[in-house]
Design a protein around this ligand. Sequence first.
Ligand SMILES: [Zn+2]
Length: 334
Amino acid sequence: MTLSRRELLKGSLLTGGAGLVASMASLSVPMPGFAAAPKAGVQTTGAYRFSVGNFEITALLDGYIDAGSDLIPNYDPQEAAQLYRDQYRTPPVDKIRVPINSFVVNTGEKIILIDSGTADNMGPTLGQFTENLKAAGITPESVDAILLTHMHVDHISGITSKEGKAHFPNAELIVHKNDWDFWHDDAYISKASDFLKTNSANAKAMSAPYAKRLTLIDKDGEVLPGIEAVALPGHTPGHTPGHTGFVLRSEGQEVLIWGDLVHFTALQFQHPEWSIAFDIDMQQAEQTRRRMLDWVSADRVAVLGSHLEFPGLGHVAQDKGAYRYYQSSWQYQL
Ligand SMILES: [Zn+2]
């Protein structure tokens, strides 16, 4: 239906033809339809489905965390405020809101989970992964494989219960050997920071039930039909570059699932040098970030990020020596 200016002026659509005067008058009469209606006060389901070629992908939101800007050593508050203004966002004061996303890929042959959120390890604004997986109609029993971009607490914690029971009873766990070896290196971890100690204990506990159905990958290349691993060193500990992306290819379309390459959607495309302190080798993380941003912008590859604003799907363009992010539009048909 198109609505002409004349129809609006006549008020015919508002009042059934009685005219604008009547519609104005009706505003002064209390209407029972305007009685207090309780608001939901919570968001709807954090799940979004789209397709890449023959693959059907479901993005699942775990929630968000407010990260301190002090996690970015190169942070410039004035520049950040300007970027926020330019993008019609509320300027951050000293916190930056970061979502945590996971993905389920149905290849038509297999159902593959990529990362799994935080469970109850990171506070009440997170931990919605399991609920959203259920709301999306995906049963844990149907999952054939779990791919982890890395074993940090916000990526691995949804695969096993606190009691040590695997949530995905039929799934093979696939993770990079360097990441696995690092978090299981007790001699190194015993002398490391509390951040690494906590992550190591959690990574070991969460992955333990999968020890008998574990595949460790040690090079780039195909890990499952249509899914290729690509090393993204710099985020997880520098001497063990286990942080891994996955390129999904189907029917001439491709998307790069890039894990933690970018944490701050509003900032790091303009400033790829603003690495997060969790990037243990921040220089290497910046090099990897620029290399991947150059590739996806030149080849127009779609990207899917663990911490890009939900659902985390978009494209990247070159922009005067830096980059610009274009979030994808709603996909009406799969
Ligand atoms: Zn992360």
